[in-house]
Design a protein around this ligand. Sequence first.
Ligand SMILES: *Cc1c(COP(=O)(O)O)cnc(C)c1O
Length: 482
Amino acid sequence: MELIFKKSKKDRRGTILPKCDVPPAQKINQKYLRTIESKLPNVSEPEVVRHFTNLAKLNFNVDENFYPLGSCTMKYNPKFLEKAATMKYFSDLHPLQPQIIKGGMLTQGALELIWNLENLLSEITGMDEFTTHPMAGAHGELTGVMLMAAYHKQKGNRRTHIIIPDSGHGTNPASAAIAGYEVKSVKTSAKGLLDIEELKKILNEETAGLMLTCPNTLGIFESQIKEISDLTHKAGGLMYYDGANLNAIMGKARPGDLGFDIVHLNLHKTFATPHGAGGPGSGPVGVKKYLTEFLPISRVVKRADGTFALDYDKPLSIGYISPFYGNYGVLIKAYTYILLMGKQGLIDASENAVINANYIKSKLKNYYDIPYPENCLHEFVISATKQAEKGVHAIDIAKALIDKGIHPPTVYFPLNVKEAIMIEPTETESKETLDEFINIMIELSLLAEKNPDIFKNFPKTTSVSRLDEVKAAKDMNLASLA
Ligand SMILES: *Cc1c(COP(=O)(O)O)cnc(C)c1O
């Protein structure tokens, strides 16, 4: 394959060509070339299969069992999507493949996919434009806060803090702080909603914006969004929507219609990429029109003749926030999933996620404290305070669930609930699975009454016995892992 170099900065259609898109065709320096053959391990197929099968078995996974990990949307993801993502037309593309090449344009389909996905995400969320570059939810937040900062800078505003309710996701304050903002926290009211009176006291001409997780980490929809966003906008701040929990409201409500200026989504939660163990993820960010100029480069543009190109000529852009175009494989899966589900399918997914959560919540209410008893969206928080009186804490219930073949829910989060157990069943579970989980949770609450001491021995079924977490954190013994 021969690369073509353009001296001019514009291609023949007038689109600016990025410098990094066309790597110089240098020969690799001799000194970097191998002179002796590399010693690759020589193993048979069964050895390879056993190695990877055994590695896979070390992880609890959603293919094996129920995984109600709150705030994580561990839904089952159709295997078909992996097939789409590994199609050679995509997976064989090099990210530096030039936009123009002698004899054809090899990247048109790949660019069109980004373009189409950005448009679909805009439609789903009610935003004007999206970038697919951020590689995780928290990375999307950081990008969003940087967009906020660029907006205020251009306006000549001096804005120093970002407001975040204490029911927001933990990454929100971290992202705001990394972007250089002071974080001001607003308390949650007894109803599990942001306390508007508190908010009014904090909002002022130094407020850069407000980050709202919705539904919040209690699984509750912030019903006062309109008022919150009016107040924030009046103070000159921007509204940021943490949309990692979009699985609860897809096709039902659009952040763009609710007054939000910036939104990030977690494709690796809502749009069917399995996640955990740190990736790969994707946290695309959508914005309203007045923020589009600040979006990271590159941008996929559609030319008048219907072809696609990458545009790097964006003087107001915040610049690069990731190499290339994001985690492309995750984008393919999200795009395929959206097409596979269709509009009604996405609505059904949200409805079933919400019904499943409310079903479990209603069945557990006589056995566990439920600090926010009203109907939830896709997840909810119960509290093990009753059990803790007997000495059985949230962590003990989590460990007992491992022995029952169920991944423990998120525990001790959100921070504003004591002995929190946060449960998110997702839409892909059957009633039988939910009933089995409910019965186990009830059984454990009865066991906590009768025989609390036994919980200290759980889990019993794992290859190592219960971890001393304090020791593990304080006294890391890397040699033992070797
Ligand atoms: C998961 C999650 C995030 C962070 O996403 P990562 O991809 O793990 O960085 C942010 N906000 C909410 C509400 C989440 O559930």
